[in-house]
Each structure stands twice: as structure tokens, then as C-alpha cells.
Design a binder for this molecule. Structure first.
Ligand SMILES: N=c1c2ncn([C@@H]3O[C@H](COP(=O)(O)OP(=O)(O)OP(=O)(O)O)[C@@H](O)[C@H]3O)c2ncn1[C@@H]1O[C@H](COP(=O)(O)O)[C@@H](O)[C@H]1O
Length: 106
């Protein structure tokens, strides 16, 4: 599964340098990080809507759009996918409830 994401990360890194008139990734990169972040937010909302509508096919497509735009944003920010996956690995087996209970009191 993460092979697919790793391949997509590499494609995005390469396409960032392409002609914006021939590449969606290059066009989005040229518009800057705020635009990329806005697109990610829009895709997140569309994902939520598809889930709440009980539309599995729609949710699949929107989730793919969401992951793609997340990789575009990570690439723009210079954060490797491997770092995100390593963070998930680090959390593996630690209950979210246990982790939350162990947080310092504010
Ligand atoms: N996985 C994707 C992918 N998923 C979604 N999208 C595009 O993301 C865009 C999102 O749709 P929207 O209607 O929200 O976008 P929009 O109308 O362009 O947005 P606005 O200008 O209105 O803000 C569409 O243009 C989709 O085609 C993707 N574009 C590219 N890829 C991958 O990236 C590779 C490189 O793409 P290019 O950079 O275009 O060559 C491709 O080979 C694919 O592997």
C-alpha cells in the first residue's frame, strides 16, 4: 500500500519541475503552498461529505484526491512521506486513549 504512495511521492517530486501548462502538479506548485493547503482542505470536506452521504464509490475517489493533495503539500513543505510513515510506526500499538491520558495537563 505504501509502495503506491511512495511511487506517487516520487512522481509528484518530478512533476513539480514540469511545465505548469502540461502538469496539474506543476500548476498547483506554482500557485504556492497556501493554494495547495486550500485544495487539501477542500478535498477533506468533499471526503467528509461523501462519507456522510453513504457513498462508498464517491468516498473512494475523494479519499484518493485527499491522499494525492496531502502528498503534494508534504512535498512542497519538504516533509518526506517516510517521516510520516515512521511516525505512524512509532504510534503502532499505543492506544489513542492511553496516549491522550499520558499527555501533560495544561
Ligand atoms: N493522482 C493524481 C490526481 N488525483 C487528482 N488529481 C487532479 O486534482 C484535481 C482536483 O480536482 P478539482 O476539480 O478540485 O481541481 P481544479 O478544478 O483543477 O481546481 P481549481 O483550479 O478550481 O482550484 C483534478 O485536476 C484532478 O485530475 C490528480 N492529478 C495527478 N495525479 C497523479 O499525479 C501524476 C502527475 O500529474 P500531472 O502533474 O498532471 O502530470 C499523475 O500521473 C497521477 O499519478
Amino acid at each position: 500500500m505504501s509502495d503506491t504512495l511512495a511511487r506517487l511521492e516520487a512522481v509528484i517530486a518530478e512533476r513539480r519541475r514540469a511545465d505548469p501548462s502540461a502538469s496539474y502538479v506543476a500548476k498547483l506548485a506554482a500557485r504556492g503552498r497556501a493554494k495547495i493547503a486550500q485544495k487539501l482542505g477542500e478535498e477533506a470536506v468533499e471526503t467528509v461529505i461523501a462519507a456522510m452521504q453513504g457513498d462508498p464509490a464517491g468516498l473512494t475517489g475523494e479519499a484518493a484526491d485527499l491522499l494525492f493533495h496531502l502528498l503534494v503539500l508534504l512535498g512542497d513543505a519538504g516533509v518526506p512521506l517516510a517521516d510520516v510513515l515512521a511516525e505512524l510506526d512509532r504510534r503502532e500499538g499505543v492506544s489513542g486513549l492511553t496516549e491522550k491520558a499520558a499527555r501533560p495537563k495544561e
